[in-house]
Design a protein around this ligand. Structure first.
Ligand SMILES: *[C@@H]1O[C@H](CO)[C@@H](O)[C@H](O)[C@H]1NC(C)=O
Ligand SMILES: *[C@@H]1O[C@H](CO)[C@@H](O)[C@H](O)[C@H]1NC(C)=O
Ligand SMILES: *[C@@H]1O[C@H](CO)[C@@H](O)[C@H](O)[C@H]1NC(C)=O
Ligand SMILES: *[C@@H]1O[C@H](CO)[C@@H](O)[C@H](O)[C@H]1NC(C)=O
Ligand SMILES: [Ca+2]
Ligand SMILES: [Ca+2]
Length: 235
């Protein structure tokens, strides 16, 4: 078949009047729709991209804030920790020094021991005990610090008299050298009987820094003398 016969077979009017323009307008419509679709799509893509940008920005800001606050929290915690460590170290140093000082003083007391202190093997009431010491150039022991309290207590398993009494004036505790009591190593809820118990004993079964008791002066106890004159007095 040649080209002429093909064209002849198609009626030109039919093509022109019916199919032609319709097809043309359809494809025009389709083009417009596609254009519209394209711009809508482009709009959505822009909106999406915009939203993604906003989200990213927000997440970056949030992360920055949380990192900053975490860092602040961390550094303030570290500082507190540092302060705690420093104060503990400081306390530790103080305690170590105090311990060394106590040990040194205690060693000194033990060294002076026999020259300075007398420990009775018999028992007497308080005033007789005191008299015994005075007859030998000393007096009942005076305890004005922790070291001496520990030292004296360490020698006993039984109760002993010390040189403290409120026999002159009720409630006014005085040492045998007439000085007033400033630091006491009392047992819990002692001294307890105002009038009837005026002489002070150490009860070695109680904790070493809480073992003093006021007791009736006529009770029989062992005792401790101290020669304040034979050694430079350090109370
Ligand atoms: C901790 O404290 C010490 C002494 O005060 C100081 O030298 C050090 O820089 C502090 N360290 C921190 C992490 O704050
Ligand atoms: C106290 O000193 C006197 C006189 O120097 C001495 O006779 C006595 O033995 C001493 N007592 C003690 C416990 O050292
Ligand atoms: C007072 O202390 C003595 C020991 O000195 C004790 O035997 C007595 O029960 C105490 N009395 C009171 C009322 O707490
Ligand atoms: C202490 O004992 C002596 C001698 O036994 C006695 O004369 C004195 O009255 C007693 N003192 C007290 C307070 O018991
Ligand atoms: Ca009393
Ligand atoms: Ca008592």
């Amino acid at each position: 078949m040649d080209l002429d016969s093909i064209y002849q077979n198609i009626e030109p009017e039919d093509v022109k009047d019916t199919g032609g323009p319709q097809i043309q307008s359809q494809s025009q419509n389709e083009g417009q729709t596609q254009k519209q679709r394209g711009s809508t799509c482009f709009m959505w893509m822009t909106v999406c991209l915009g939203m993604i940008c906003v989200l990213l920005l927000v997440s970056i800001i949030v992360q920055h804030i949380s990192i900053t606050s975490e860092r602040d929290l961390f550094s303030s915690t570290a500082e507190e920790f540092n302060q705690t460590i420093n104060s503990l170290q400081h306390k530790n140093t103080e305690l170590t020094l105090k311990k060394l000082k106590l040990e040194n003083e205690l060693r000194k007391l033990y060294k002076q021991g026999k020259d300075r202190f007398f420990i009775s093997s018999e028992s007497k009431n308080w005033s007789e005990s005191r008299q015994y010491c005075r007859d030998r150039g000393g007096d009942l022991v005076i305890i004005k610090n922790e070291v001496k309290q520990r030292f004296i207590t360490s020698f006993f398993k039984q109760r002993v008299w010390i040189g403290l009494t409120d026999i002159q004036q009720e409630g006014n505790m005085k040492w045998v050298d007439n000085s007033i009591l400033s630091q006491g190593f009392w047992e819990e809820s002692e001294p307890n009987v105002s009038g009837g118990e005026d002489c002070i004993e150490i009860n070695p079964t109680s904790p070493v820094l809480n073992n003093w008791n006021d007791e009736s002066c006529s009770s029989m106890r062992k005792w401790v003398c101290e020669n304040v004159t034979s050694v430079p007095a350090s109370s």
